[in-house]
Write a protein that binds this ligand. Sequence first.
Ligand SMILES: Cc1cc2nc3c(=O)[nH]c(=O)nc-3n(C[C@H](O)[C@H](O)[C@H](O)COP(=O)(O)OP(=O)(O)OC[C@H]3O[C@@H](n4cnc5c(N)ncnc54)[C@H](O)[C@@H]3O)c2cc1C
Length: 211
Amino acid sequence: MIAAEKSLGLTADCVDVSYENKRLIQFKPAFGGGIVARISSRTKPEMATVRPGMFKKKISNSNFDVETIRVEDSGEYEVIKTDLVESKFMPVNKAAVVLGIGRGVKSRADIEKVVKFCEENHIAAGASRPVVDMRMMPRQTQIGITGTSISPDLYVAIGVAGMDYHMAGLRYAKTILAINNNPEAPINHLADYVCNCDAVEFINRISTDHQ
Ligand SMILES: Cc1cc2nc3c(=O)[nH]c(=O)nc-3n(C[C@H](O)[C@H](O)[C@H](O)COP(=O)(O)OP(=O)(O)OC[C@H]3O[C@@H](n4cnc5c(N)ncnc54)[C@H](O)[C@@H]3O)c2cc1C
């Protein structure tokens, strides 16, 4: 509303921003997440909103007053019924521990085992984009620049390569454990701990040990 009132450009829901040559560069997924566009505004001040979780909150030292404005109900709509959609998937951005399923986990049966393990242990099950695109996990579990940005205490990446677009959603993960059978996988250089082993072996081990 402020941008419209002041006739300023606004890039909403950015996944990142940077400051280059005195310009605010705004990064925003476009074309259904097919690209991440670099946007700079033609108007000043440049305005952008960022997606939740993309940055850590900073507490300002300055004293300022905050005015909270409540929007009045226009009375032009009516809530007929509210149904909460049940989901067995814990929100990935609310959990202390997240298990991320990558394309290295190849079968639905193995994904089910991970999901069940998560359900029973109060852990969130997440996924990389290809796994979501293949409809093996629901869209709300996607971690990354065009998914959700998470900040768990522990992220266990099972069969995840560690590509930039995925890792952008893990900026604030405290500890990353990578389970990958390729010693050269990029995630091995980004994780705190690496287990060079087969994803299925790992999944079977955690499922059995848990029983
Ligand atoms: C604009 C854009 C936005 C994107 N946004 C996102 C996003 O938000 N989130 C996201 O995740 N991706 C996103 N991507 C896709 C991203 O670039 C990568 O392609 C994707 O993250 C790779 O997923 P992956 O690691 O599961 O699969 P792969 O790249 O296929 O990696 C699989 C990994 O599993 C390992 N592996 C294979 N078999 C086994 C086994 N048996 N045991 C153990 N390890 C094994 C392999 O060594 C490999 O490292 C985006 C891409 C674009 C272009």
